[in-house]
Design a protein around this ligand. Structure first.
Ligand SMILES: [Zn+2]
Ligand SMILES: [Zn+2]
Length: 207
């Protein structure tokens, strides 16, 4: 199991590899951050010549590092601990037990994302149907109205983004612009998307 040292207080924590990148609040010093991702970890490989040294908070090994590793996650080659390389060397908090990190409850966030994702998906399908009906009933005269193209473009993006958000691991930014454009679909008299868009904007406040 990978272990890391809190960047704030150097307390050691173990975590499951699948939780990499998840938000983290240190229960001891309230430092906020995220669990180190493999791709952002600098290899504490001996840079020759070593530009500076950082001490591992667990095994106190002195690691030769390049300057670019400063303030980044590095992995101790001796004990495999991940820690943020700092110039000030605090002594290791020796016999502190390793406990699982506290990850803020994600159920509320996830249900919110599922709601917004579902509304975008439903709105996208609704907008396409709306356009199709309008175009057919107006015998293609509607194609002269720019709102038709706004609705088509918006619905494609909304369906793609909505499906992504329904997957639990969506970490992207809140789709605020999509929600605003959804409300603007009222130029096509699309009342359904006006309502869905307002619900989306309100839900995004609690993103
Ligand atoms: Zn801490
Ligand atoms: Zn070490």
């Amino acid at each position: 199991m990978p272990a890391f040292s809190c960047p704030g207080c150097r307390q050691l924590y173990e975590y499951a590899e699948s939780d990499s990148g998840r938000p983290f609040i240190c229960p001891q010093c309230r430092t906020q951050g995220h669990l180190p991702r493999e791709e952002e970890v600098e290899l504490a490989a001996p840079s020759s010549p070593a530009e500076w040294h950082a001490a591992c908070p667990r095994c106190s090994s002195s690691l030769p590092l390049a300057w670019r590793a400063l303030h980044r996650w590095v992995r101790c080659p001796v004990c495999q601990l991940l820690f943020v390389a700092r110039q000030t060397v605090n002594p290791a908090p020796a016999a502190i037990p390793i406990s699982p990190p506290s990850v803020p409850p994600s159920s509320q966030r996830t249900s919110n994302r599922t709601l917004v994702g579902g509304l975008l998906l439903a709105g996208g399908i609704c907008a396409i149907l709306n356009v199709a009906v309008a175009v057919l009933f107006s015998v293609f005269l509607c194609c002269l109205w720019p709102g038709v193209y706004l609705a088509l473009g918006w619905s494609i993006v909304a369906i793609v983004r909505g499906s992504q958000m329904l997957s639990v691991d969506y970490h992207g930014p809140p789709p605020r612009l999509l929600a605003i454009l959804q409300i603007l679909l009222i130029i096509n008299l699309d009342v359904v998307n006006l309502i869905l868009g307002i619900v989306n904007l309100v839900s995004l406040e609690k993103w």
